[in-house]
Design a protein around this ligand. Structure first.
Ligand SMILES: Cc1ncc(COP(=O)(O)O)c(C=O)c1O
Length: 405
């Protein structure tokens, strides 16, 4: 029989919080398996299929037996395509040695935290945050320093807030625009102001992790960090990928670009862990980054659909007395403030004290899955992902309204 000491987990894991969205999805799957018709606002992924030319490239890669190990940082053609894209987008020239293809942006971020953080280092993470930043920082042995934001700054960090949280131990600032869960997008002026703070000599040792995964899903002109602060390119790691823009969440492909010593370290860790991302997925991603009018039109159609769904869900939320929702300028999430629904009985006599309880209540009583703000370091809010059909959004919001009278 196994004894408890044998099953002891590492101290590293003792503080790991499982993903709330994964937990919600598990609960919803169980309900669906029992035949219950659940509408999910939980899933942060496009409902569109991966575009046809990308799928065709993957099939071709299989037929051509491109199914063997690739270099740790990814195939040369894909790294070159990424370099071209980065040059066009940000004006910065990267060599292949400065780019690594990873199994999703998630892996890229994790490898980067592992590569640059030591115990005692601080990583600044604006809240509401994408949950994995916090856990990855902790797994890398560093300490997350959270900057709380709310509607008053449209969920964005101001220069004063940043300056208050920077210390001699700050190693990284995580900058995410458009952000998950709020959809907040920084303007060029706002990025300029943050860059001014980071240019001060005492903060010269701070790296910037710019997570740009939603850059194409943006409803206002996108302000790119390195266009605003090209002088900070040496201190910036850019993260991007294919999951959201190309509806390729399951292919698990992303990339990280930045200073060569850090990218070399990232590839070294890859070499000893995953080796490299799936070879067939890399050829599919290459097709996605090969200029094509057909593909561009497909992406434009998807983004247009997200935009009208955003407007639909915002209109439904506006009908909800007391619920405030900042208009998100990007991604496919809304993040309403639901405090007006807490601590007051609904018509059925049930009262919810927290957004966590409200999420449970809505799942049980209205069969709609939403992620409570607690998961993103922001109690009192809810995240609703609207990457689903308009009919489903309308029905979900009807259930929401009916459950909170
Ligand atoms: C802000 C942000 N960064 C990174 C990721 C990870 O994306 P990927 O599927 O490429 O690992 C997500 C996914 O939800 C995200 O929302």
């Amino acid at each position: 029989m196994l004894t408890t000491p044998l099953l002891r987990l590492s101290e590293r894991l003792a503080q790991l919080t499982p993903s709330a969205t994964v937990a919600l999805n598990g609960k919803m799957s169980q309900m669906k398996a029992r035949g219950i018709d659940v509408i999910s606002f939980g899933q942060g992924e496009p409902d569109f299929p991966t575009p046809a030319p990308i799928k065709a490239a993957a099939v071709q890669a299989i037929d051509a037996n491109k199914t063997r190990y690739t270099p740790a940082g990814g195939i040369a053609e894909l790294r070159e395509a990424v370099a071209q894209r980065l040059l066009a987008d940000s004006g910065i020239s990267y060599t292949a040695a400065q780019i690594s293809i990873t199994s999703g942006v998630k892996e890229g971020l994790f490898l980067a935290f592992l590569a640059v953080c030591d115990g005692g280092d601080e990583v600044i993470v604006p809240a509401p945050y994408w949950v994995s930043y916090i856990e990855q920082v902790r797994l890398a042995g560093a300490t997350p320093i959270v900057i709380d934001t709310d509607e008053s700054t449209r969920f964005k960090v101001t220069p004063a807030m940043l300056e208050q949280h920077l210390t001699p131990r700050t190693r990284v600032l995580v900058l995410s625009s458009p952000a998950n869960p709020t959809g907040a997008v920084y303007t060029a002026a706002e990025l300029h102001a943050l860059a001014e703070v980071l240019r001060q000599p005492q903060f010269a040792g701070v790296l910037i992790f710019s997570d740009e995964i939603y850059d194409q899903i943006c409803y206002i002109p996108y302000a790119r960090w390195l266009r605003v602060a090209p002088d900070l390119a040496e201190r910036t790691l850019v993260f991007n990928g294919w999951s959201k823009t190309y509806a390729m969440t399951g292919w698990r492909l992303g990339y990280v670009a930045g200073a060569k010593p850090i990218l070399t370290a990232i590839r070294d860790i890859q070499g000893h862990s995953t080796t490299h991302p799936n070879s067939v997925a890399q050829y599919a991603a290459l097709a996605a980054y090969t200029p094509s009018a057909e593909l561009e039109a497909t992406i434009a159609t998807m983004v247009q659909a997200f935009r009208s769904r955003r407007d639909l869900i915002l209109a439904a939320l506006a009908q909800q007395a007391g619920v405030m929702c900042d208009v998100p300028d990007g991604a496919f999430y809304v993040f309403p403030n639901v405090t007006a629904l807490l601590n007051r009985p609904f018509a059925n006599g049930i009262t919810c004290a927290t957004s966590l309880e409200l999420a449970d209540y809505l799942l049980e009583h209205a069969q709609i899955g939403l992620v409570p703000g607690e998961a993103f370091g922001a109690p009192g809010y809810m995240r609703l992902a609207y990457a689903q059909s308009e009919a489903s959004i309308s029905e979900g919001m009807r259930r929401f309204a009916a459950a909170v009278v």
